[in-house]
Design a protein around this ligand. Structure first.
Ligand code: MN
Length: 242
């Protein structure tokens, strides 16, 4: 199973979650929300070859953490994966929009300069703006739009650009999320938990809850869960070698 967007460092007992992922054989992209969290979060995965740590600066923290951009640029040399980054256009974060754009574009410029990165990107109420900034920077890398919630036309634009998508159980319980997932290219889909922020059954999602997302995809595609898992595995291998 694959969890391509999880905040392992934000669980009450992060090492236990990391160990559990390893013993269950999960492939995880462990995303961070600040550059200063990167080395501690990478250390959680030191015993695992299946957990990759991504260097991030979350858009909701951009205004508080923009001073960490130089640290981001320094750490990027050794970080092969980037996330969580992006833009958030929801009303409560809209007031910090300029800081979000400053942080996101500096990160994209750094990724381009570094030769491109796989990036897990947040685009809530900001999908068009995220795509504008990506399109302005050929060679920036491979974007994975996590928990995509834009319009059908934004989805078409993202697909045409070459975006990947990570979908989780919380997204796929709703009709809108399922409709979007049905239109995503099957060879560019991954599963995610977005734990501990995303919730399932009234509790924080855990990485292995991606099994539910596999079940939802199996339902949406009318394919056996085993073939969905094989396809997702194939996708993650292709992405890792890109
Ligand atoms: Mn997240």
């Amino acid at each position: 199973m694959i969890d391509s967007h999880c905040h392992i460092d934000l669980y009450p007992d992060p090492q236990m979650v990391a160990n559990d992922c390893e013993s269950r054989g999960l492939c995880v992209l462990s995303v961070t929300t600040t550059p200063s969290a990167w080395s501690g979060t990478a250390a959680l995965a030191s015993g695992s070859s299946r957990i990759k740590t991504a260097l991030g600066l979350h858009p909701q923290l951009a205004h508080q953490r923009k001073s960490e951009l130089p640290l981001f640029e320094q750490l990027l040399i050794d970080a092969h994966y980037v996330g969580e980054i992006g833009l958030d256009g929801a009303p409560e974060f809209r007031q910090h929009w300029n800081d979000q754009v400053l942080v996101f574009t500096r990160i994209l410029d750094a990724c381009k300069k570094a030769g491109g990165r796989v990036m897990s990107i947040h685009s809530r109420r900001a999908a068009s703006a995220v795509l504008d900034h990506l399109e302005e920077r050929p060679g920036v890398g491979t974007p994975i739009l996590h928990w995509f919630s834009g319009s059908q036309s934004e989805l078409e634009r993202a697909v045409a650009y070459g975006c990947w998508f990570s979908v989780g159980p919380a997204m796929l319980v709703g009709e809108k999320g399922r409709r979007l997932a049905a239109r995503m290219p099957r060879d560019r889909i991954l599963t995610e938990s977005d734990g501990p922020f995303a919730r399932v059954d009234g509790r924080s999602a855990l990485p292995w809850d991606v099994e539910r997302a596999v079940g939802c995809l199996s339902d949406i595609w009318n394919e056996p869960a085993k073939s969905v898992e094989a396809l997702l595995h194939n996708n993650v291998m292709r992405l890792a070698s890109s």
